[in-house]
Design a protein around this ligand. Structure first.
Ligand SMILES: C[S@@+](CC[C@H](N)C(=O)[O-])C[C@H]1O[C@@H](n2cnc3c(N)ncnc32)[C@H](O)[C@@H]1O
Length: 392
């Protein structure tokens, strides 16, 4: 494809990304994958170039752009794309009209920039939310160790005990080490959140919002497969991905429970008040993962954010009913907003005055309220908030 045709393709894809953000449609990576499936003539170099154009444009536009073309013009205005590619050629974009405006640049929509600033994420802390994320691995201690694993990529050790960082785009999923379950793709921040929980061998642990089990697998490795992990979620599709992953990883201690929304306690009533440690990796806005999903900031609204906070409160209260006397509860979100972090932890303690906060002992991050916060700028990880509580 000619460079101008690639730009026009990126414009069309961006139109779909913008529409999906407004209507709750698929994320950008799925829209790209679908477009490539329908346009087989695009070779691997075309695909890479188009993907880069789309993601560069998403990162460059703070508020939702009016159109894919306006988003692409933002790249021209910022000096990241030559103007002469808008040449009006066959399959290329029409020439830039006099006075035609580019979309607004910035970190996020204005309301969200203000909320981030109120949570002390501004300047370089805010800019770092849109950098490209590295590719982090966790060596699966059930099958291998960081000291002895051999990988065909240059890898550097991270702050997580079994963490490795590879050059972005390393095709790890084609490597035997990944296929045989010796390594898992897991951001360092996510690894540190599991380490911070301090689960121990022999315990009964509930991973209340387990999703596809990224953290359940890590908790099983920390516990050396000794004890019991109940992994629950309301999302059947995500939860169904856990069993094959656990098998690959050799994690034999995990059982899954599908929950009914609003009736979560019913499916967990047999372990209510008996769990040594409940881990709540709560659903959130994902402001800490914009490096991987930059279009997520176009999807968020003040109403959706308030709904996430309410769900987090509900899940924390539910978790408190499941923990045994003297047991522990850890609350984690991949958000940098206090309304999904320090404020939720403080509100929990205000509602449960007989519980106490447990300090988070980590080499990375900084104290935030009663918990700890990791940020892309300060820690080079996805953004996370982690708080711990002990039951009376
Ligand atoms: C941040 S994700 C979890 C990611 C997962 N722990 C991992 O490490 O891959 C949050 C999860 O919470 C789940 N969730 C949302 N509402 C829930 C509820 N009421 N009860 C349990 N899980 C819920 C979502 O389906 C989603 O999978």
């Amino acid at each position: 494809m000619r460079p101008a045709a690639r730009v026009q393709s990126a414009i069309e894809i961006l139109d779909n990304v913008i529409e999906a953000a407004a209507t709750g449609g698929p994320p950008a990576d799925r829209i790209l994958a679908e477009w490539f499936r329908g346009h087989r003539f695009a070779g691997s170099k075309d695909r890479r170039a188009i993907r880069d154009l789309v993601y560069d444009a998403i990162r460059a536009c703070g508020p939702v752009p009016e159109s894919g073309r306006a988003a692409m013009l933002r790249l021209v205005e910022s000096g990241l794309l030559p103007e002469d590619l808008f040449d009006g050629s066959d399959y290329g974009p029409a020439p830039i009209a006099k006075g035609e405006g580019a979309a607004k640049c910035g970190v996020a929509p204005d309301w969200l920039v203000a909320r981030l600033a109120a949570s002390e994420i501004a300047g370089p802390e805010a800019d770092a939310l849109l950098e490209r994320a590295p590719l982090d691995l966790r060596v699966n201690a059930l099958k291998a160790s960081r000291a002895s694993i051999q990988l065909p990529f240059e890898a550097v050790e991270t702050d997580a005990p079994q963490g490795l960082r590879l050059p972005p785009g390393s095709p790890i999923e084609q490597d035997a080490a990944w296929r045989d379950g010796l390594v898992e793709v897991q951001d360092t921040g996510s690894q540190l959140a599991c380490i911070a929980a301090g689960v121990e061998q022999g315990e009964t642990v509930l991973d209340l919002c387990a999703g596809a089990g990224g953290k359940s697998l890590h908790l099983a490795a920390i516990m050396k497969n000794a004890g019991r992990i109940v992994a629950s979620d309301i999302d059947r599709t995500r939860l169904s991905r856990l069993a094959p992953r656990a098998e690959r990883a050799g994690a034999t201690m995990i059982e899954t429970r599908l929950l009914d929304p609003k009736k979560e306690l019913e499916a967990l009533s047999d372990i209510a008040g008996q769990v040594d440690h409940v881990f709540v990796d709560a659903p959130c806005s994902g402001t800490g993962t914009w490096r991987r999903k930059p279009e997520a900031r176009w999807r968020l609204t003040p109403e959706r954010l308030a709904a996430f906070s309410a769900t987090q409160d509900m899940l924390l209260d539910l978790a408190a009913r499941l923990v045994r006397p003297g047991g522990k509860l850890h609350f984690v979100t991949c958000s940098l907003l206090d309304e999904e972090g320090a404020d939720r932890a403080a509100a929990f303690l205000a509602r449960h005055q007989d519980w106490s906060a447990q300090p988070i002992d980590l080499p990375s991050g900084r104290a935030r309220g009663v918990g700890r916060r990791l940020t892309p700028y300060h820690d080079g990880t996805d953004g996370f908030f982690i708080a711990g509580f002990v039951s009376p």
